[in-house]
Design a protein around this ligand. Sequence first.
Ligand code: GZL
Length: 349
Amino acid sequence: MERWTRKAIWIVFFLLFFLSVGCSTSTNPVSPSNLNNTDNVALNHNEQVQENTDNERQIVVGFSQLGSESDWRNANTRSIQDAAKEAGIELLFANAEQSQEKQFEAIRSFIEHKVDVIAVSPVIESGWEPILLEAKQAGIPVILSDRAVQVSDPSLYVTIIGSDFYEEGRKAGKYLIDKMRNETGPVGIVELQGTFGSSPSIERGRGFRDVIKDQENLTILQSEPADFTYEKGKEVMRAFLKERGSEIKVLFAHNDDMALGAIDVIEEYGLRPGKDIVIISVDGTRKAFEMMTEGKINAVVECNPLLGPMLMQAVGEIIAGRTLPKRIVPPESVFTEELAEKEVGNRQY
Ligand code: GZL
């Protein structure tokens, strides 16, 4: 073989070698030193994903939704499904219908499927350490959507995208103090709690109590879980009226569906919701705004279910190997009956 031919072959070989090395190394913009160990999980996983993504593989997110108990929940599901589609992300969706065990099963199936990111809206706060450890050991980052978990090791999830439920409870309490500022007599309150053991129920109740605790005329007569549903709200409010009747001057409902159920039984009982019984609710669904325009609900503390775009943005940040804040809180407000007419047409859920 001619000398110059051999030289040409070597040159081509070295060119091909350096070209192949150059395009396969994924460069992460974030150095491992400034990541905590969850982010390291994300980083290690991202190197794998980065190589896959180089080959144009679609990102896959496994999402364990807790149920379909309320208008808020259904709007939350639609928002996440629509945002995944918009972002070109494949969403594996599992509805647990209020069962934590089904959420664990769904997460195990996501791990087996080797999804890129797991998102979960935890039905209750407790019991999450083991399954979140399984996800971490599999190198799959977890994002909490909507509700929180109680874990000793916060590195078990990358971030939580959800409302400040404690602040929502405080807003409800502040509204009530202002609403009752001219009331001298005792003001009996009943409270429809959400799902027992869930972070919104625990925190809304805590925030509400912290704000009203020094108001001598405000007394919580009864407080029971009603699972964030319309039917259970009717059932528990009916029991409250049977036991406490006209002592009840205020209802604090942890969500609109329970408030709507309570309104129906208050009217059956012969009292006027929003007048004989002041009603404060949480979420801000269109139905609640319609009740406010009719004067049957006095105030709604908004809780934003439209978390889909923020969730998919967070997925993108993780895949790119960037770190995220430990908490992402959506914008939300408080609406009173005076504002309802103007706002009802703007409601997206
Ligand atoms: C709050 C969410 C709650 C809503 C309810 O972020 O978890 O669950 O307030 C829903 O309507 O059922």
